[in-house]
Design a binder for this molecule. Structure first.
Ligand SMILES: O=c1ccn([C@@H]2O[C@H](COP(=O)(O)OP(=O)(O)O[C@H]3O[C@H](CO)[C@@H](O)[C@H](O)[C@H]3O)[C@@H](O)[C@H]2O)c(=O)[nH]1
Ligand SMILES: [Mn+2]
Length: 725
C-alpha cells in the first residue's frame, strides 16, 4: 500500500494494483513450463521441413516472455482535481504550454488543426498562464491563415464554451453533431470561418479577399510566402494572440497563441516530428517558458477540459513529482465503427499495456495527450534537476517583444542544433521514426518515471486511418521506427533492462521487436497449410498426448488475451476483429517494415515519415460506417493477404475432402486442419473482396490475379519439395 492510499481522503491521487496480477503470475508460471515442453518436443522431432516452425516457436516464446512484463503489475490510478483546487489557488497553478504539430495541409486540413488548438485554448485553466504553440512542418500559408481566423473566433468561442458548460470544446467536433438553439449563431460563425479556410486551401494561397489584413506586416507575410517551398523557407513565427493584450468578448484574457513554421533547408536533416517538438520547446522557452508542456497531434482535440488539472494532481504532489517526467493520457479515437473492424483502438498498446507499465515505472510516451515537466527535457536525470515543482515563475516580458522574437528565430533556425546535444541527450530524441517511443524509453532509462491517467470521460480524441491500406502503412512506419530503437546502441534488452529495470526493459524489448511477429505469423499462415496439401504431418496426432500441449498453448494464450480485452471494456466481436487485424498486420506491415528496415540498414533506402491522412471521401466514410473492409487500392499488402488467404482456402478444401474419406487423416492432420480453418475464418473479408463484392471496396482484379499466381507458385514449390523429400 502506498502513502497515497493511507492519506486517500486528502490525496490528489490514488493507486490500486490490479486483482489480475496474481492470476497473471500463476498463469505465466504454468504456461512457461508448457512452453519449455513444446520447445523440447520441437527440438527432439525437428526435421528439415519443420525447422521453420522451430524458429517461429522461438520467436513466439520471446514475444510471450517479454509480454509477461506488462502483466506483472498492472495498476489503475485515480485523481481528484477538486481536492487539488481546494488546496491550490488558481493563481498558483503553473503555466502550461501546449504544442500542436502539423505537417501537411492536404492530409491534415488546417481548419481541423485550428479546431484542435481551440479545444486546448478552451481548457478549464487560467487563460493568463496558458499558451498554445502550433508547429507547421507543412510550411503552409493557409495553416497560418486558419490560425489567424481561429484567433478571432476564439474571442467568441471561449466564452461560449464556459457559459454553456460545453465539454466538447473543439468546434469541429461540437458542430459535427446536431445542435440547435443557442449555438446556431456560433455554428454559422464557425462554418463561415471554415469555408474561408477551405477556399484558400483550394486556391492554394491566401489573398486580400480572404481577410482584412490588420497590418501591412500581415500582407507582407503572405506575399513573401509565395516564394517559399515546403522544404526550403525561413522560419515564420507569429504571435497571434497575447494574453496580456488580447481579451475575449466578455473581457477575459485570451491565452497566448503562437504560430511557428521552423526554418527548412534541403541541406539539413529535420528529424520529422521530434525536430518540430524540439523547436517548439526552444521557441516556447523564449516566450512563455511554462514548466508544464502538453504535446498534441493536430487531430487530437481535447474532449475533457479538465485534463490539465488531472495531470497537475501528480505534478503538484511534492511527495510524488521529484522524478516524474510525464503524465500520459491514452490515445482514444472518434468515429470508430461499431465493432472496430480495423482494430484502430489498439487497446493493448494504448491502455492494457500502458497500465501494465504504469505498475513498473510508468507508461510509454505515445506522442500525443501527454503532459511533460519541462525540466525532464533538459537532459539531466531527475536527481540532478531541482526537486521542487513548479520551478520559478516563467518569463513575464511580452511574447511579441522584439528580443523574444529575435531569440525565437535564432532557436528555430535549422543549423541551431548543429554540435549540440539536442535530440541525443536533450529534448525529444532523434534516430527513430517513433520519436515518442524512443523519447519515453530514454527518459525511463535516465531514471524518470511517468504516470498513466485515464479519466472516465476521455481526455483527448483523435482520428484513425479509416482505410485499411493507410492503417497498414502507418503500422509499417512504426515497425521501422521500433527496429531503429531495437538496433540502436541503447537497445532495450541489454541497455534498457540494466538502466531502467529488467521488467521495463522487457516491455520496451517487446515493442522494439514488434515486427518480428511476422516470422511466426507467416510461418504458421503458410507452412502447415502447404504441408496439409501434400499430406505431410508437422504436428502430433490428435490421439497423442502431445496434442494436448499444443491445444493448451493455443487456447490459453488466446483465452488470456480475450479476458484482458474484455476487462478493458472491449466486446467479443471487436476482440475477434482485433486478433484478425493483428494477423493482417503481421503478414503485411510487420513483414514490409522488417524488410524496409533491413534495406535502410544497408543503405539502399532512408527512413521517411509519411503523414497519415486525416481526410476521407464520403463514399469511403459511408463504407467504413457500415463496417465493410476497403480493399480497393493497388497495394502490395493486399497481394500478400490474398496469397495467404488462397493458400489456406485450397488446403482447407483439400484437407476436408481427404479427412472425409479417411478417418486417420483427421487424426493425423487435426492441428493443420484447424490452422487452415482458423486462418480461413479470419480471411472471410478477403474472400468476399476477391470473389463476392461488386462495390468500390472490392479487391482490384489485378491484385486477385497476382495473389492467385503467388498461391499457385507456392503450391508448386510445395509439390517440388514433396517430390524430393
Ligand atoms: O515531419 C513531421 C511528421 C509528422 N509530424 C506530426 O506528427 C503527428 C503524427 O503524425 P501522423 O501521421 O498522425 O502519425 P501517426 O502514426 O498517426 O502518429 C502516431 O505515431 C507517431 C510516431 O510514433 C507519434 O508521433 C504520434 O503521436 C502517434 O499518434 C502529426 O500531428 C503530424 O503533423 C510533424 O510535425 N512533422
Ligand atoms: Mn495520427
Amino acid at each position: 500500500m502506498t502513502t497515497h492510499q493511507l492519506h486517500s481522503r486528502t490525496a490528489f491521487h490514488t493507486l490500486q494494483a490490479s486483482r489480475f496480477a496474481a492470476f497473471n503470475r500463476a498463469h505465466a508460471f504454468v504456461y512457461h513450463l508448457a512452453l519449455l515442453a513444446l520447445l523440447g518436443h520441437r527440438l527432439a522431432t525437428v526435421t528439415l521441413l519443420s525447422s521453420p516452425l522451430l524458429l517461429a516457436d522461438l520467436v513466439l516464446a520471446f514475444m510471450w516472455l517479454s509480454a509477461q512484463a506488462f502483466r506483472w503489475r498492472p495498476v489503475r490510478r485515480q485523481e481528484f482535481p477538486d481536492r487539488l483546487l481546494q488546496e491550490v489557488e488558481p493563481k498558483q497553478l503553473p503555466a502550461l504550454d501546449v504544442y500542436i504539430c502539423t505537417a501537411d495541409p492536404h492530409r491534415e486540413p488546417p481548419a481541423s488543426v485550428a479546431s484542435t488548438a481551440l479545444s486546448a485554448m478552451a481548457f478549464d485553466y487560467p487563460t493568463d498562464r496558458l499558451s498554445v504553440y502550433v508547429s507547421d512542418d507543412g510550411g503552409s500559408a493557409v495553416t497560418l491563415f486558419a490560425f489567424m481566423e481561429a484567433a478571432r473566433f476564439a474571442r467568441y468561442w471561449l466564452p461560449f464554451c464556459k457559459e454553456n458548460g460545453v465539454a466538447t470544446r473543439s468546434p469541429e467536433a461540437y458542430f459535427s453533431s446536431d445542435r440547435g438553439g443557442e449555438s446556431e449563431k456560433m455554428r454559422i460563425m464557425y462554418q463561415s470561418m471554415k469555408e474561408r479556410v477551405e477556399n484558400a486551401m483550394e486556391r492554394g494561397y491566401v489573398q486580400g479577399n480572404d481577410m482584412v489584413f490588420d497590418e501591412d506586416d500581415e500582407r507582407e507575410t503572405f506575399d513573401n510566402w509565395k516564394t517559399f517551398s515546403r522544404n526550403d523557407h525561413p522560419s515564420v513565427i507569429k504571435v497571434l494572440l497575447e494574453s496580456s493584450k488580447d481579451s475575449d468578448i466578455t473581457g477575459n484574457a485570451l491565452p497566448n497563441l503562437v504560430y511557428i513554421s521552423r526554418e527548412k533547408s534541403p541541406a539539413s536533416h529535420h528529424h520529422f516530428k521530434a525536430g518540430a517538438l524540439n523547436v517548439l520547446t526552444r521557441v516556447s522557452s523564449c516566450m512563455s517558458n511554462a514548466p508544464v508542456i502538453l504535446t498534441l497531434d493536430c487531430d487530437m482535440y481535447s474532449n475533457n477540459p479538465r485534463s490539465p488539472l488531472r495531470a497537475l494532481c501528480y505534478f503538484l504532489d511534492p511527495a510524488f513529482s521529484a522524478d516524474l517526467a510525464f503524465v500520459q493520457f491514452p490515445q482514444r479515437f472518434q468515429g470508430i465503427n461499431r465493432n472496430d473492424i480495423y482494430a484502430s483502438q489498439i487497446r493493448r498498446l494504448f491502455t492494457i499495456h500502458s497500465r501494465g507499465m504504469d505498475g513498473l515505472r510508468g507508461p510509454n510516451y505515445v506522442g500525443t495527450g501527454c503532459f511533460f515537466a519541462r525540466r525532464a527535457l533538459h537532459g539531466a536525470g531527475p536527481s540532478s534537476s531541482s526537486s521542487s515543482f513548479p520551478p520559478p515563475e516563467s518569463n513575464s516580458s511580452l511574447l511579441s517583444s522584439e528580443s523574444a522574437l529575435r531569440k525565437a528565430h535564432e532557436v528555430a533556425a535549422c543549423t541551431y542544433e548543429d554540435s549540440t546535444k539536442w535530440g541525443t541527450l536533450i529534448g525529444f530524441r532523434y534516430g527513430s521514426l517513433v520519436e515518442d517511443f524512443h523519447t519515453g524509453y530514454r527518459l525511463h532509462c535516465e531514471g524518470w518515471k511517468s504516470v498513466f491517467c485515464d479519466p472516465v470521460r476521455s481526455a483527448f480524441l483523435g482520428d484513425v486511418p479509416k482505410n485499411l491500406n493507410d492503417g497498414l502503412n502507418q503500422c509499417k512506419r512504426w515497425i521501422v521506427g521500433l527496429y531503429e530503437v531495437a538496433f540502436s546502441s541503447h537497445d532495450p534488452l541489454t541497455f534498457g533492462s540494466r538502466k531502467a529495470s529488467l521488467l521495463l526493459g522487457l516491455c520496451y524489448g517487446y515493442y522494439s521487436f514488434w515486427g518480428a511477429w511476422c516470422i511466426p505469423l507467416i510461418t504458421y499462415g503458410l507452412l502447415p497449410q502447404l504441408a496439409l496439401l501434400y499430406q505431410t504431418p508437422l504436428f502430433p496426432k490428435a490421439s497423442e498426448p502431445w496434442f494436448y500441449l499444443y491445444a493448451y498453448l493455443f487456447f490459453a494464450a488466446y483465452g488470456h488475451d480475450l479476458v484482458e480485452f474484455l476487462a478493458d471494456g472491449g466486446s467479443i466481436r471487436s476482440w475477434w476483429n482485433d486478433q484478425r487485424i493483428w494477423m493482417i498486420r503481421g503478414i503485411t506491415s510487420f513483414l514490409f517494415g522488417t524488410v524496409e528496415f533491413a534495406l535502410n540498414k544497408v543503405g539502399v533506402s532512408a527512413p521517411g515519415f509519411v503523414v497519415t491522412s486525416k481526410v476521407m471521401e464520403d463514399e469511403q466514410a459511408e463504407r467504413y460506417e457500415k463496417g465493410a473492409f476497403y480493399f480497393g487500392a493497388q497495394s502490395p499488402f493486399f497481394a500478400v493477404l490474398g496469397t495467404v488467404a488462397l493458400v489456406n482456402l485450397s488446403s482447407l478444401a483439400v484437407g476436408i475432402a481427404r479427412a472425409a474419406m479417411a478417418n486417420e487423416v483427421f487424426d493425423e492432420m487435426l492441428v493443420q486442419l484447424f490452422l487452415s480453418a482458423f486462418v480461413a475464418a479470419n480471411c472471410w473479408p478477403i474472400y468476399e473482396a476477391m470473389f463476392l463484392r461488386r462495390d468500390g471496396g472490392k479487391m482490384p482484379r489485378k491484385i486477385t490475379l497476382i495473389s492467385s499466381a503467388f498461391a499457385g507458385l507456392l503450391h508448386w514449390i510445395g509439390f517440388l519439395v514433396k517430390l524430393h523429400a
